[in-house]
Design a protein around this ligand. Structure first.
Ligand SMILES: [Zn+2]
Length: 400
């Protein structure tokens, strides 16, 4: 059994204890148990503390419930019975205190304003998440809860630990029920929130500093809120500020004008894309007219337009083919020579003869690829680029 010092003082970062058991691990790590500890083990959605035990790194602490807390320690320098001095990494603990207490406040703010309970909590590397039972999340609702939570922080309300029996707890307005048996540890944010919890908390709400919501989304029938508190909120602000300023600088705009500048660029881009499409249409027409004018007649009255282009995408190749067969009595046999792939489009006008599907299948066999389509238009491709001209010649021969 380990005496859990963090239960009574979450601001205790240095302590003395005695080693009660050690299990050596092959990898050079030891699992160390102490008679008392200030290290918070992983649990309740909160990651474990890290720190130092007699100069050795504590990389994680694991909660073994009734069997106590296991400290995963680098090296094998400790012995059972040793008196040790422990140091908890304080910036990490303070960060956890701020995120975790911030979560109590934000959760209760959503309950107060929208009767939206918190169903899940995850503290991650850069931000935390809560899943709340809020059906129609809007920017306004989330803003209202954040504003409320920050007012509670500014009011610097006392945070107290109350140990009560299960019976006493039954008559108290707890935010959530506890599955635990026996005595319950309640965390009270004066006049605002009362909930059973075994985590580490601020002394007063002001210690949380500030709460900001990064984003929210509907997930698994609930609303997932991504938030940051305290020192993390400042780090998050700095990152966001830097990113936004970088974007703004690309437009020679002020930081707060960045979003408008991007929106304008996207609109311009949309218009340009439309113009490019129009120009391509015109260019394709002109190109097709030239090809058609130069094409030879076969079988007395059918224009056979055969051409190999360099690196044309399938869409562009098809556009040329369609422009060609807009003429009557026309067959188009078009190919594109890419770096490591050849493409083909065969097409004919309704009044010309020939099975484009059959021709395409034969051609694709020659260029070691695949293709097909209908009797009047077919597409394909293959990897044997050097056989492309030959494949088109074969299709030509087949038609004459
Ligand atoms: Zn808590």
């Amino acid at each position: 059994m380990t005496e859990r010092l963090y239960y009574t003082d979450s601001h205790l970062a240095e302590f003395e204890a005695r080693v009660t058991s050690i299990t050596e691990r092959v990898s050079g790590w030891s699992a160390v148990q102490l008679d008392r500890t200030a290290f918070y083990p992983t649990g309740g959605g909160q990651p474990s503390d890290t720190g130092v035990l007699n100069g050795a790194r504590v990389v994680e602490c694991i909660d073994m419930e009734d069997e106590g807390v296991i400290h995963v320690v680098q090296g094998r320098n400790l012995k059972v019975g040793d008196a040790v001095k422990g140091y908890v990494d304080w910036p990490r603990r303070l960060d956890h205190i701020q995120q975790h207490t911030g979560q109590h406040i934000l959760s209760q703010a959503f309950v107060n304003l929208f009767v939206a309970e918190t169903r899940g909590v995850h503290m991650l590397e850069q931000y935390s998440e809560i899943d709340i039972a809020l059906d129609n999340p809007t920017e306004e609702k989330v803003d209202a809860a954040v504003e409320f939570a920050n007012r509670i922080i500014r009011e610097d309300r006392r945070v107290r630990i109350r140990n009560v029996t299960k019976e006493e707890a039954a008559n108290l307005p707890l935010r959530k029920e506890s599955q635990r048996e026996g005595e319950l540890r309640l965390i009270e944010i004066e006049g605002f929130d009362l909930t059973p919890c075994g985590g580490t908390h601020a002394r007063s709400s002001g210690e949380v500093g500030v709460i900001a919501v990064r984003s929210f989304e509907r997930a698994k029938g609930m609303t997932r809120i991504e938030f940051v508190a305290g020192v993390r909120a400042l780090a998050d602000y700095n990152r966001t500020n830097r990113a936004t300023r970088t974007i703004a600088a690309m437009f020679s705009a002020g930081r707060d004008e960045a979003a408008d500048a991007v929106a304008r660029l996207l609109e311009e881009n949309k218009q340009l894309a439309r113009r490019v499409r129009d120009m391509e249409e015109i260019a394709t027409q002109v190109e097709a007219e030239e090809i058609w004018a130069e094409a030879k007649l076969i079988n007395d009255d059918v224009k056979l337009c055969a051409r190999v282009f360099d690196d044309r995408d399938p869409e562009s190749l098809k556009r040329v083919a369609l422009a060609l067969i807009a003429h009557t009595k026309t067959v188009a046999l078009l190919g594109s020579r890419g770096m490591d792939a050849a493409r083909l489009v065969f097409a004919r006008s309704a009044d010309a003869l020939g099975d484009m599907n059959a021709l395409m299948r034969e051609a694709c066999e020659m260029i070691e690829g695949r293709g097909g389509g209908r009797a009047d238009i077919a597409q394909g491709g293959g990897r044997k680029v050097e056989k492309l001209e030959e494949a088109i010649e074969a299709a030509k021969d087949n038609l004459t």
